[in-house]
Design a protein around this ligand. Structure first.
Ligand SMILES: [Zn+2]
Length: 184
């Protein structure tokens, strides 16, 4: 697949790389990566750059227009990529902070998530990994894995909590450290 279509990173559009709500790719079930290709580290590095440039804490490949099962995240405890992530266990419950999505800038809402997840998959070099995520890390992993199944946070949000925030408000919240996933 990668061979036919060129290097993964080359398939990310140059301008405005993050696809927005309404693009059908966000509703597709993404394909499993059959064997981790040589250019996966390069692709993941691009994902990291794009996520950071957007002040995000997580990003899934479909958000860059590639319907493949790859997610990245960094909640301030180090960057992590997971290829073919599978959530093995979920436990507990959390409600805060409200979530947002880089594919739906400015929209936030409360989403009930498991407080702890155990996820398995591969790193960008094809090495198997298993991660236990708690709290915010668990929230981000669940949000990103949902993207691979065509599920968006608005599908899971408590409907009455969905609201728009201005860019200024988002910046303030970031400065206060109150949020979050806003720019997930
Ligand atoms: Zn998202």
């Amino acid at each position: 697949m990668a061979k036919q279509e060129g290097r993964l990173a080359d398939r990310i559009r140059k301008d405005d790389p993050i696809v927005k709500y309404g693009d059908p790719v966000l509703r597709q079930v993404a394909e499993k990566v059959k064997s981790v290709p040589d250019d996966m580290p390069e692709f993941v590095a691009r994902m990291e750059d794009i996520m950071n440039a957007a002040n995000g804490v997580g990003l899934a490949a479909p958000q860059l227009g590639l319907s493949i099962r790859v997610i990245v995240y960094d909640v301030g405890e180090g960057f992590q990529a997971i290829v073919n992530p599978v959530i093995l266990k979920m436990s507990g419950e959390q409600l805060d902070p409200p979530e947002g999505c880089l594919s739906m800038p400015g929209l936030q809402g409360v989403v009930k998530r498991a407080n702890v997840v155990v996820v398995k998959g591969f790193d960008e070099h094809g090495k198997p990994l298993r991660i236990r995520g708690e709290g915010y890390t668990a929230r981000v992993i669940q949000h990103e894995v949902d993207h691979l199944d065509g599920i968006l946070f608005i599908d899971r949000a408590e409907k009455e909590t969905l609201h728009w925030v201005s860019a200024d408000e988002e910046d303030e919240e970031e400065e206060e450290g109150a949020v979050n996933m806003t720019r997930e």
